[in-house]
Every structure is written in structure tokens, then in C-alpha cells.
Design a protein around this ligand. Structure first.
Ligand code: FAD
Length: 297
């Protein structure tokens, strides 16, 4: 099923993101995570891909195929383009098609320091346009409630989103954020620039202080004092600290649901405990929202 059709059917779409095991680890290490996550029957599961290009796409493809063909859940295969040629992408699309994958998250990826590994594409919108010209996949894209780091300001970044929508992207997933007001502000801007596709909020339950620092460094998302204080308070007790992070994420999601957003994409960090607890906290509310008549899209 195309993910755009899930958005047509449901008021609130709930999905998970996982990442393939490190190149040095066996693919088997993801099986337990997949078993646990698939039990929760999310609307889809997305699988990340390293920006470096090359053979490690096999893991993204293999895990996406398992999600789709073994567990019967829609898979969203991430695909970056900055280091790929058109021929690389064409081959990957053929392979995804053979596995029955119907959904791709069209990404640029971070620009490599080494110019020599640059490929045929400049932006995610170029990839989306190329995919649409040769295959029938449903395409998702990214968005950044605090602005992408390479853009001069948030408004420019939101204006640029239009390129990927015009190229065929039918739904957006946001970078993670910890302050819902940033997301509401972003949604207002998106509406101002006629971005009329469903936008899922990216939420990551932070379960320890080190992770908070790392995530903030990588994503540029500001971690509020309130969350840092809660993590610090429980830093001697691993379980309590994880539950504090899950409670914060739950509160964020409940408020977002009340505000009527299109859905949440949960960055699970391959941690079934975090996914299950968060899921259990909100699943009755998801059902209640989805019982209501569909009003958008
Ligand atoms: P783009 O959408 O191409 O945007 C990049 C920059 O260019 C922005 O500043 C934008 O404003 C500007 N821009 C975009 N289009 C145009 C245009 N046509 N003309 C002028 N300017 C333009 N990285 C990975 O390596 N693997 C993953 O699996 C992965 N998954 C991700 C999932 C999500 C939900 C998110 C939010 C990010 C993910 N990333 C992943 C990170 C992402 O690759 C980086 O943030 C990267 O720097 C930008 O990729 P993009 O597709 O968002 O870029």
C-alpha cells in the first residue's frame, strides 16, 4: 500500500523508524527488534540508510523487505542521493521493486567532505523528480521545524519544501523536536507557502543524558531545561531515567494529537522497550482519533 493512501484513510498515522545494524554487526541483531515492533502494528516502519552510498544499501533493502513481506507492515525505505549516480539509483529502485517495496523516503543526505564522492543529484527534490520519471513509488520527504542547518533561515527552508512536493513527494516527516511550539510555528509557515501534504511530527523519547547531548549535536534540535532536569534527576537509575524520557515524549504527543496534527513518526533507536511503552501510553487515543470521520486529504 502507498503511505499516501494510509493518510487518506486515517486522521492520525503512527509509525516507527529503525536503523540497520552497524556494518560490523550481523543483520540478525535486528530480528528481535523487528519482532517486538511489528507486534505493535504501526502504520509503517521506516528504515534509514547511511549517506555514503555503496553496498550497505543491502541492509536497508533487506530489512525493508522483511517488514513488508514477513510482517505484513508497510515499509518506507530511506534513500539518499548525494553520493549516487542516476545509474546507482536506477539499480536500487529495480531492487526495491523486486522486493515489493512501494514507499521511499527521498533524501539528499549530508554533503560529503570529499567532493570526489559527489553524484548526479544536488537536492532531495532532484531525486524525487528522477524516481518519478522512471518508477511508480510513493515518495516521502523530510522537513525541519527548526530549519535545516544549511539554510539561511526557516522561512527559506520551508519555501524550498515546495520543490520536493512539486517533484512528487506526497507526505513529509519532520526532524525530531522537543518543543511543540516550534512545530506549530513550522506548520503555520508550511500553510503560508501552500505545503498541503500530510506532515508527521518526528518524536524521539530521550532515555539518557548522553543521548540528549548526542541527538542535540546531530540534529541541531534544542533540548529544553525541563527535559534535561528530569533526566538529571534520575541519572542514577537507568530505568527511571528512561521512563522520564518516555513520559516527556508522551506528553508531547498527547498535546500534538489534541492540536489535530496528521501523525507521529517515532524515532525508536531500535529500542523495543521505548517503542512499546510510548505506544501503550497513546494507543487508545490514536484509536479514538481514527474512529472520527476523516476531514482532510
Ligand atoms: P533537502 O530536502 O535536499 O534539503 C537540503 C537543503 O537544501 C535545505 O537547506 C533546503 O532548504 C535546501 N533545498 C532543498 N531543495 C532545494 C532546491 N530545489 N533549491 C534550493 N535549495 C534547496 N540522512 C541519512 O544519511 N540517512 C537517512 O536515512 C536519513 N533519514 C532522515 C530522516 C528524517 C525524517 C530526517 C529529518 C532526516 C534524515 N536524514 C538522513 C538526514 C538528512 O539526510 C540530512 O538532514 C541532509 O543534510 C538533508 O537531506 P534532505 O533530504 O532533508 O535535503
Amino acid at each position: 500500500m502507498y503511505i499516501r493512501d494510509i493518510f487518506k484513510k486515517k486522521n492520525f498515522v503512527f509509525s516507527f523508524e529503525i536503523f540497520p545494524p552497524k556494518p560490523t554487526s550481523s543483520i540478525n541483531t535486528i530480528y528481535k527488534t523487528l519482532e517486538a515492533l511489528s507486534d505493535l502494528r504501526p502504520d509503517y516502519i521506516s528504515v534509514t540508510y547511511g549517506a555514503g552510498g555503496g553496498s550497505n544499501y543491502n541492509k536497508t533493502k533487506e530489512i525493508s523487505s522483511l517488514i513488508k513481506n514477513k510482517y505484513g507492515i508497510e515499509a518506507l525505505a530511506h534513500l539518499t542521493c548525494i553520493s549516487s549516480t542516476k545509474e546507482d539509483i536506477r539499480r536500487t529502485l529495480e531492487e526495491l521493486k523486486e522486493e515489493g517495496i512501494k514507499n521511499i523516503l527521498a533524501l539528499r543526505g549530508d554533503i560529503p567532505v570529499d567532493e570526489a564522492v559527489r553524484g548526479d543529484f544536488k537536492y532531495a527534490s532532484d531525486l524525487a523528480e528522477y524516481i518519478m520519471s522512471i518508477h511508480k513509488f510513493d515518495l516521502g520527504g523530510t522537513c525541519y521545524p527548526e530549519g535545516h542547518y544549511s539554510c539561511k533561515n526557516l522561512e527559506e527552508d520551508v519555501k524550498n519544501l515546495k520543490y520536493k512536493i512539486d517533484a512528487g513527494v506526497t507526505h513529509l516527516t519532520s526532524q525530531l523536536f522537543f518543543d511543540n511550539n516550534l512545530f506549530y510555528n513550522f506548520l503555520d509557515l508550511a500553510a503560508k507557502y501552500n505545503i498541503n501534504v500530510p506532515i508527521q511530527a518526528g518524536i524521539m523519547p530521550i532515555t539518557n543524558l548522553k543521548q540528549a547531548e548526542k541527538v542535540s549535536g546531530l540534529s541541531g534540535s534544542k533540548v529544553p531545561e525541563k527535559l534535561l532536569n528530569a533526566l538529571e534527576k534520575f541519572q542514577d537509575d537507568k530505568d527511571a531515567m528512561a521512563d522520564a524520557g518516555i513520559a516527556y515524549a508522551t506528553e508531547q504527543i498527547v498535546e500534538l494529537m489534541a492540536a489535530g496534527i496528521d501523525g507521529v513518526h517515532l524515532y525508536t533507536m531500535n529500542n523495543p522497550y521505548v517503542a512499546r511503552k510510548t505506544h501503550d501510553n497513546i494507543i487508545s487515543m490514536i484509536h479514538a482519533i481514527n474512529r472520527k470521520p476523516k476531514t482532510r486529504y
